[in-house]
Design a protein around this ligand. Sequence first.
Ligand code: PA5
Length: 436
Amino acid sequence: MKDIEFNFDNCLISTDKIIETAKKLKPEIGSMKEASSKGYEVEKAFINLPEDESMLKNVSELVKEKKQLNPEYLVVVGIGGSNLGTMAVQEAVLGKLYNNLSSSIKVLYADTVDEDYINCIIKIIENSLVNGGNVIVNCVSKSGTTTETAANFEVIFNILQKYKKEAENYVVVTSDRDSELWNLGLEKGFDTLEIPQKVGGRFSVLSAVGLFPLGLLGLNIRALVDGAKYIKNVCLSDDVYSNPAAKSASIQFQHYKQGRNIFDLFLFANDLESLGKWNRQLVAESLGKEYNKKGEKVNVGFTPTVSVGSTDLHSVAQLYLGGPFDKFTTFVSVQENFSSIKIPSSLEMRELVTGIRGRSLKTIMDAILEGTKAAFSQKKRPFIEITLPNKSEYAIGQFLQFKMIETVYLGYLLDVNPFGQPNVEDYKKETRRILS
Ligand code: PA5
């Protein structure tokens, strides 16, 4: 299987500076390695998810059981770290338009409490239920007390109960053992899948949080975790210069120190947009912190943005190339698409743009990407490149684990704890206070 590739040639940070910064990461690489042998006992527990064979077995068995119900829809009820990873992998591997083309189980995401959107989900699933179809609801919440998830789950379970006598058979709850949601699941007879206590929401895509819904949709979850396992070893290498996570974290940290605070993930594949949104949460919540590890007020953080190529060249390129020097870009591209489309060589119409006749859309996309990189380089706009061999589960698994490890390294360089989100809790607490 082919692996993800990295290119740092246009990062605009000198080799000496990269090595000097990356060397500072050695204790953190050591701590990561130590965590690798400690299962779920440690703060960095996420790193061990891909090796958890018993979880994979558990999830696979439940997937098999629920597939026997021949569901027409899967509704994932969850928000933030509880659904972004699933959506990212599903769209990358199956495509954004999957539901329109799938003849088997389709997927819907209920995250925010937008009545009009949730009403559409209700209409879609009721249409299936009324005709005797089956719908699986996967309610995912680590804390078990997120307002939006609790509200949407009540609404959707209520619909399920209207049509199914044993509605509990169609529900799978994914949560921390002993959370209120977990206990409710046991009480009601729902199937339950556990999130290891020390695995935080945005680091949980390779736990049951992502694996159950993705497995039910028919993805190869074994390949997903295998990809993550492979890149983990590469990203824990002591040879910091050949360790891509250490290197890219060092480059980004240097740019941050030079005053750049907008970090754009520019994905040249439409179906990778949600992967960008997953990364946005990972970076924003992990690194945007009020206090450092010593408890001093620092208010640090990167502002992660998502751009999709070539679409967003027609909206933001002017700013990126002509605006302030406050951005750092990571271009993500895919070597091989699942499909190939050629422009006919005998065009019906006059050739509007020279050089497109007989060419594949991929060739055109590659030319646009090359052109964009050349323009960035001419304007001294720093960037690095990540090339995925394809959008297979194995390649996406590599990308996910690479980004999670890179984020931990950045947290170390910024001297902040990447695992908490105290300020997110602030608003959650206030919302609960207002509602009660
Ligand atoms: O990364 C995080 O921890 C958060 O974004 C959570 O995933 C999000 O707030 C949802 O929380 P929960 O899974 O507890 O419902």
